[in-house]
Design a protein around this ligand. Structure first.
Ligand code: GDP
Ligand code: IMO
Ligand code: MG
Length: 423
């Protein structure tokens, strides 16, 4: 049996999709366990670019079962659109299954996400406005609607009517928004339910049986450690648990069944949305990294904030996820700079620390401590082995391993699935 989990170690967009697609080749099933269509996972295969938001990034591998787990929040219109887009590109989606326990993103979730962000004003989180937070709030508040409800007309109609009683009051009276029409929501969503019914299943038993039968199961993380509701830079986080522990609750798998955890990172750091970012380069250097790495959001198209790689963060991510391997991307990108800075610790009140603080006030008092490295301006996009990398690249990568205490197993030198060095 081999179960592998792939998680983000920074603020998302580390290149998880590329590695999921690659690791899916020798997996039997691929399971998304958290988040929703706030995620944007890019895969470039044979020159064709795919941007997946909900469907597991294993879908391009023929014959692999792809599962959307119970921990995911599903916008049915987005899911149907993504299925169609893949089908139009000749990708078969009959191997896709959606957990009957996954919660459904409703129009009032999207509307409330937008209204809440507007009302936060200067304190806005910079959400993707996809309704993620309000949907997870309903899940914990116990008023959510699940996929099993969406495909059961009687239950669905009741739940929408019940929900809209309070949601419309909040939309209108609290936020001054335009209330939603129950009949319209119901007829739109019942149609989605009819179209998606064939995909909805009790996937937990499939995942469990696969593990029992010694199959290879790959768990696909979305978002990342520092967007985690518990371990991220709260409140500038998402509303789910993207850390490896999220597999237990988001796919229904006991911790003893998790064998390997890959932590994906970029050779620098990026962030979309608001919140602290100690090594951010809000200057020409940040602009240069953004252009070299083409750092624009896969989901919202927003320019990503860019800065140096922060190993205090990666060390913390190694701990909370139990990382067994690092998978680093954009080694080609960072090497184009003549000088690279690597944050190896923080300085707070004159003292060096490698602990990532919980309080944002304390985090603001932390100054990154940098080590300087020389770039490797030559083109490494076709390099196939660690030994063939320029010495300066090896030095940079070895220092990362040394400080984090976890071995690098995968090195990304370009966007294509083949542009990966397996160490
Ligand atoms: P994800 O959300 O973690 O799957 O990452 P995204 O797809 O949102 O963002 C990663 C971006 O980096 C995408 O545009 C990828 O095509 C690109 N990418 C991934 N790995 C590499 C790499 O090693 N080198 C370069 N140059 N681009 C990469
Ligand atoms: P992938 O899987 C980068 C960020 C948003 C915002 C915060 C909360 O592609 O790595 P939300 O809509 O979730 O309530 O927004 O989280 N965010 C991401 N940033 N990559 C992602 O996913 C993200 N998913 C959410 O920008 O700051
Ligand atoms: Mg992304």
């Amino acid at each position: 049996m081999a179960t592998r989990v792939v998680v983000g170690t920074q603020w998302g967009d580390e290149g998880k999709g590329k590695y999921i697609d690659m690791l899916a080749k020798d997996s039997d099933i691929v399971v998304r366990f958290s988040g929703g269509n706030n995620a944007g996972h890019t895969i470039v295969a044979n020159g064709v670019k795919y941007a997946l938001h909900l469907i597991p990034s294993g879908i391009l591998n023929e014959g692999k079962t792809c599962i959307i787990g119970n921990g995911v929040v599903v916008d049915p219109a987005v899911l149907l659109k993504e299925i169609k887009e893949l089908n139009d590109k000749g990708i078969d989606t009959s191997r896709l299954l959606v957990s009957d326990r996954a919660h459904v993103i409703m129009p009032y979730h999207r509307l409330l996400d937008e209204l809440q962000e507007k009302f936060r004003g200067d304190n806005s989180i910079g959400t993707t406005k996809r309704g993620i937070g309000p949907c997870y709030s309903d899940k914990t508040e116990r008023s959510g609607i699940r996929m099993c409800d969406l495909i059961d007309e009687e239950v669905f109609v009741d739940k929408v009517k019940e929900n809209l009683k309070t949601k419309n009051l909040i939309i209108e009276k609290v936020y001054g928004g335009q209330k939603l029409d129950a009949d319209q929501v119901i007829s739109e969503y019942l149609e989605y339910g009819r179209k998606l019914k064939g995909y909805v299943a009790d996937v937990n038993s499939i995942i469990f049986e696969s593990i029992e039968q010694d199959k290879n199961v790959l768990f696909e993380g979305a978002q990342a450690t520092f967007l985690d509701l518990d371990f991220g830079t709260y409140p500038y986080v998402t509303s789910s648990n993207p850390v490896a522990g999220g597999v237990c609750t988001g796919a229904g798998v006991g911790p003893v069944f998790i064998n390997e955890v890959y932590g994906v990172l970029k050779a620098y750091t990026s962030r979309v949305g608001a919140g602290p970012f100690p090594t951010e380069q809000d200057n020409e250097m940040g602009d240069t990294i953004r252009e070299l790495g083409w750092e624009y959001g896969t989901t919202t198209g927003r320019p990503r904030r860019c800065g140096w790689l922060d190993l205090v963060m990666i060390k913390y991510a190694a701990r909370v996820n139990g990382l067994t391997a690092l998978a680093i991307n954009h080694v080609d990108t960072i090497g184009k700079l003549p000088k690279i800075m690597l944050c190896v610790a923080y300085k707070k009140n004159g003292q060096e620390t490698r602990n990532f603080p919980s309080s944002l006030k304390e985090l603001a008092q932390c100054e990154p401590v940098y080590e300087e490295f020389d770039g490797w301006e030559e083109d490494i996009s076709k390099v196939k082995s660690f030994n063939d990398l320029p010495d300066n690249a090896k030095k940079y990568l070895r220092r990362i391993e040394e400080i984090v205490g976890v071995k690098i197993k995968l090195i990304g030198v370009g966007k294509e699935r083949e542009q990966t060095i397996i160490v």
